[in-house]
Design a binder for this molecule. Structure first.
Ligand SMILES: C[S@@+](CC[C@H](N)C(=O)[O-])C[C@H]1O[C@@H](n2cnc3c(N)ncnc32)[C@H](O)[C@@H]1O
Length: 210
């Protein structure tokens, strides 16, 4: 938990309580339904919580903004972001029901009121969002295809509405079609070796009616 304080200094009492509770909630739920690997549970705050919050170093979501987390798994990056931005609406989607069950239990355990969840494939989601966040779900080309028609028309943030994707390694091949993508290196914000090759990719997407 100290690692969250190290990089996010102005947390409210409620946010501190919610972040602190994550360890216990994930430890308990992970015994029943495995959503986080054993090694990662011991380093939950570094590998999952702080990594998810890397998106917050690039983008401060505004109150009232709508954000979808595609392939949220056990709730990453959506749950840490929903704690940090309590006035932003988060929609967490995953095609595996037992993962959404864990997410629902964690959301209830934290008392988060700005999160809704859907058990289903993102291709079936009909709504529109200011931003779509994700980690470890699909190659960019597939991901862009899945999310066409899901970007809101009105721009309310400095960055263009679109995708904020946590990725790692060499992205030159994967992003070669996307010359407008911007890569933000997480070591510019976090000094732990875990972040050495990790990045947030922002890809603005055109509004397109479904
Ligand atoms: C490797 S896990 C990553 C989970 C989480 N984002 C994380 O980083 O911890 C990929 C997740 O994407 C989900 N997924 C894959 N394709 C999907 C789709 N088309 N719609 C919704 N969820 C999908 C899977 O069910 C799985 O839970």
């Amino acid at each position: 938990m100290e690692i969250i304080h190290k990089y996010f200094k102005n947390l409210t009492k409620i946010q501190v309580e919610q972040f602190s509770k994550l360890q216990e909630l994930y430890q308990d739920w992970n015994l029943k339904i495995n959503v986080v690997s054993r090694k990662d549970i011991d380093e939950l705050y570094l590998r999952h919580v702080l990594h998810s919050l890397g998106i917050a170093k690039v983008m401060q979501f505004k109150p009232g903004a709508k954000v979808m987390d595609v392939g949220t798994g056990g709730g990453f990056p959506g749950i840490p972001l929903a704690i940090l931005f309590p006035e932003t609406q988060f929609h967490l989607v995953d095609s595996i029901g037992k993962k959404i069950k864990v997410v629902d239990e964690v959301v209830a355990g934290l008392g988060l009121e700005n999160v809704k969840t859907t058990h289903g494939r993102v291709e079936e989601v009909k709504d529109t969002y200011d931003f779509i966040v994700s980690r470890a779900v699909a190659q960019m080309e597939t991901f862009v295809r899945w999310n066409k028609g899901k970007i809101a028309k009105k721009q309310n943030h400095d960055l263009k509405n679109g995708i904020l994707y946590l990725k790692g390694g060499d992205l030159s091949e994967e992003l070669k079609l996307y010359t407008s993508a911007t890569i933000y290196d997480l070591p510019n914000y976090f000094d732990e070796p875990f972040f050495e090759t990790k990045k947030v990719v922002h890809l603005g997407m055109k509004y397109k009616a479904n």
